[in-house]
Design a protein around this ligand. Structure first.
Ligand code: LR7
Ligand code: MN
Length: 531
């Protein structure tokens, strides 16, 4: 049998190197050598081959994280206490309300689901934890059937509830909210780890004001090594959104005033998976829109609704919960269902600002169903306008200006190709591509602004180190100024006086700046040109 090197062993005790991987894994499973202790990473050698490699691959495919590593880590692994002394002295569990913790899951791995559960059971003051509701959203994996039923039976506070059809996470959460018996509901994703003292600071906010919806700081659990990476409390992110109606993380505005960096921070939006809410308040604002399918949009719906209808959202720096951030979905969800959710959101809550969303999806017709009930609720609750929300809650949010042009930018010579900003999100700064035009906005939605910028969200077409790239827009950046002339249809870079040309590079299309010349590879069309 091939030797199997699982790095990181050094940290858990002496191990004889001649053991085969099976022996080693047995040893780990018998907890002779607990891996991932205190949130430490588990590294695997790249050279693993054979059956084991296939098992690891399957784990990634089914979960979009390294299930093999997760399975080796105890379901109740200890974590470090990340709390600052300030937090330790400030919070106690006295005089706080009881909670129902609701965890919805669809085909979650055994180890991650149970690690979530045990972190709740072990790290919540028992007198505050009335129940944990596990909502199974019609999973079909075997381990979530009888095995899970038998397991949860050992824990009187744990209640396993199954939906009778796949509802999607939004309606599954509503099922949980309706079943919850405690006065406060705390939602968690099914692959989280709560840290010591996570609950009390959240509840304290709801006691202060039941219309506050409180989110913990969401720490990262690495999807590959399962390292627990705590966010620096001095550098916490809050929520925002872009006009595609997706949630984004952003730094705290520099002029935001707080007496202490560990005090709760108001946030215009929350990421959506992890938060505490007063049950009565959640009921009053109509839970979520039940017309939302599978995934997405409900976080902004809740955020807009809470602020506009008299509540507020906060991130509480003394409360830390880890979440596995993964790069893709392990389950099927179509762009269409997100678009439908977003359209419902825009129709009900965005007033005139809905047009910016529709522009960004190519002004496509979306069949979003019936939203009368949601509109009536908004009226009944006398909620404020979206304009009020933007001015008072999210004043930093840039309202799209009236632009010279907006939409796709396509090449006349190759009429089917468009400028495309789709670079993987964390590295949005990067080379700009040309791709087949799809007419659906998104990464092919550009604005040509009055000051000569060619802009996608907060990123601008730039010319740096001899490359046409995408870079954060800056007010006085000379490298970001372009002239589009309606007569020649050239896109000219002002600083260098050169024009954008398409090159064919071994079947791949690339962009370069060259001397301006009347050639169809340099001729571009900007949609909706207004001046
Ligand atoms: O059909 C489904 N039914 C479910 O019950 C699909 C999913 N789910 C469960 C799933 O098992 C998980 O527990 O719903 C939960 C969330 O699904 P994820 O983990 O695939 O979503 P995510 O972490 O990628 O997405 C974030 O945005 C979602 C938008 O709908 C939800 O609000 C998630 O709760 C949210 N997660 C977080 O806020 C954690 C922080 C990450 C960020 C940003
Ligand atoms: Mn998640």
């Amino acid at each position: 049998m091939e030797p199997f090197k699982l790095m990181g062993w050094e940290s858990v005790g002496p191990i004889s190197t001649h053991l085969t991987y099976r022996d080693r894994i047995t040893a780990i499973k018998n907890r002779e050598f607990p891996l991932g202790k205190f949130g430490k990473p588990v590294f695997m050698a790249n050279s693993i081959k054979g059956t084991l490699r296939l098992i690891i691959k399957k784990g990634w495919k089914e979960n979009a994280f390294n299930q093999f590593v997760s399975d080796l880590i105890p379901i109740d692994r200890p974590l470090l206490d990340f709390r600052d002394k300030w937090c330790l002295e400030r919070y106690s569990s006295k005089l706080l309300p009881e909670v129902s913790v609701v965890i919805c899951f669809f085909n979650e791995a055994w180890s991650t689901l149970l690690r979530t559960l045990h972190s709740v059971l072990n790290r919540s003051p028992p007198h505050l934890l009335r129940e944990v509701l596990l909502i199974d959203d019609f999973s079909d994996m075997d381990h979530l059937k009888v095995r899970l039923e038998n397991y949860t039976r050992n824990f009187p506070k744990v209640n396993l509830i199954r939906t009778s059809q796949r509802e999607g996470l939004i309606r599954a959460r509503i099922v949980g909210a309706k079943k919850a018996s405690a006065p406060v509901i705390v939602f968690l994703d099914s692959h989280c780890e709560c840290t010591n003292g996570w609950l009390e600071p959240l509840l304290e906010r709801l006691v202060e004001n039941p219309k506050i919806v409180a989110s913990p700081v969401i720490d990262h659990i690495d999807p590959n090594t399962f390292e627990y990476i705590s966010q620096n409390p001095k550098d916490i992110y809050i929520g925002g959104f872009n006009w595609n109606l997706k949630f984004i993380w952003r730094s705290i505005p520099t002029d935001y005033k707080r007496e202490h960096f560990l005090l709760p921070i108001k946030t215009p939006t929350i990421a959506g998976g992890l938060f505490a809410i007063d049950k009565e308040f959640f009921y009053c604002i109509g839970y979520y829109d039940e017309g939302f399918d599978v995934w997405g949009g409900e976080n902004l719906e809740l955020s807009f609704k809470v602020w506009m209808c008299g509540g507020s959202l906060e991130i509480v720096p003394c409360s830390h919960v880890g979440h596995i951030f993964r790069a893709n979905f392990p389950y099927y969800t179509s762009g269409e269902s997100f678009k439908r959710n977003a359209a419902r959101l825009a129709e009900v809550w965005l007033d005139d600002y809905a047009k910016y969303f529709y522009e960004r999806i190519g002004n496509a017709e979306v069949s979003f169903g019936d939203v009368t009930a949601q509109k009536e609720l908004r009226k009944k609750l006398k909620c404020k306008s979206f304009n009020w929300y933007l001015r008072n809650i999210y004043p930093e949010k840039k309202i799209p200006k009236s632009n010279v042009a907006s939409g796709q930018i396509y090449n006349i010579g190759n009429i089917a190709v468009c400028l495309d900003a789709s670079v993987a999100p964390p590295q949005v700064t990067g080379l700009i591509h040309v791709m087949p035009c799809h007419g659906q906005g998104g990464a092919q939605f550009w604005e040509y602004t009055k000051d000569g910028k060619i802009q996608h969200e907060d990123y601008c077409l730039d010319y740096l180190f001899g490359l046409i790239t995408l870079f954060s827009c800056r007010d006085r950046a000379v490298t970001q100024v372009w002239l589009y002339e309606t007569k020649t249809k050239f896109i000219q870079h002002i600083q260098t006086q050169q024009c954008i040309k398409i090159f064919k590079d071994q079947n791949e299309l690339t962009l370069k700046l060259v001397e301006c010349m009347n050639d169809t590879t340099q001729v571009w069309s900007m949609e909706n040109y207004n001046i």
